[in-house]
Design a protein around this ligand. Structure first.
Ligand code: MN
Length: 240
């Protein structure tokens, strides 16, 4: 005669024995695996940056290009639960530790995900001008805000092919401009995380500006979210 406890245990065991073979190997792995990276919603409407950045470009750029980087990053890291638990910044800061056979895919798509996530937040229809500590840091580093804009535009113009220009905390001066190819980011080269970046891939401007990258850059400066850049700068200084 079974006690009540033994009966419950026997019932649980038989239920488990019945249900286990029904679960496929892949569904059990999925249940144990972190959900992975997700596409953050655009923090404004597609047409918010009109007429400087057109709605169609924003829609394709966010919903297709950025979405593809997220999907391909998750695909590359499938089954790599420790990497799927990290932030995008952590992933691209530790590329040397990523298994070699998926490292290029993680570099391109992890970079693509992180870079675009930053890019959406440093634009706003309200634009404005740099102020306060950020303005002082720009002046200490480049002369005037106009000098900074000229130097940043120059770096973005000289980036051959696809890539980005970035504003990062500097060593000798408070701020420094760097450019990277493809979806690379300064953190992949041991530099600080950017506080501002501009996408100079043709997909960022070709529909409206075709080959006129300089016109795109001049327009882009009208929608830079300086409040967010100032917040990024304050956070970078605080983090040391
Ligand atoms: Mn892009």
């Amino acid at each position: 005669m079974m006690t009540r406890r033994e009966l419950l245990r026997a019932t649980a065991a038989s239920t488990l024995a019945l249900s286990t073979p029904v679960l496929s190997a892949s569904s059990r792995a999925a249940a144990a695996e972190p959900a992975g990276f997700t596409l953050p919603p655009l923090p404004y409407a597609f047409d918010a940056l009109e007429p400087h950045i057109d709605a169609k470009t924003m829609e394709i750029h966010h919903d297709r290009h950025h979405a593809a980087y997220v999907a391909n990053l998750n695909k590359a890291l499938e089954g790599q639960s420790e990497w799927l638990k990290m932030t995008p910044l952590e992933v691209i800061s530790k590329l040397a530790e990523v298994p070699e056979k998926i490292r290029t895919a993680v570099r391109n798509n992890g970079g693509g995900h992180y870079n675009h996530t930053l890019f959406w937040t440093v634009m706003s229809k309200n634009g404005g001008e740099p102020a306060g500590e950020l303005k002082k840091a720009l002046e200490d580093s480049f002369g005037t805000v106009a000098d900074f804009q000229a130097a940043f535009t120059d770096a973005a113009m000289k980036q051959f092919g696809s890539g980005w220009a970035w504003l990062i905390p500097g060593k000798e001066k408070p701020l420094q401009i760097v450019a990277t190819a493809n979806q690379d980011n300064p953190v992949m080269f041991g530099q600080p995380a950017p506080i501002l970046g501009v996408d100079v891939w043709e997909h960022a401007y070709y529909l409206k500006y075709q080959n006129r990258r300089a016109d795109y850059l001049a327009a882009w400066f009208k929608v830079v979210n300086w409040d967010q850049v100032a917040a990024n700068y304050a956070a970078a200084k605080k983090a040391g």
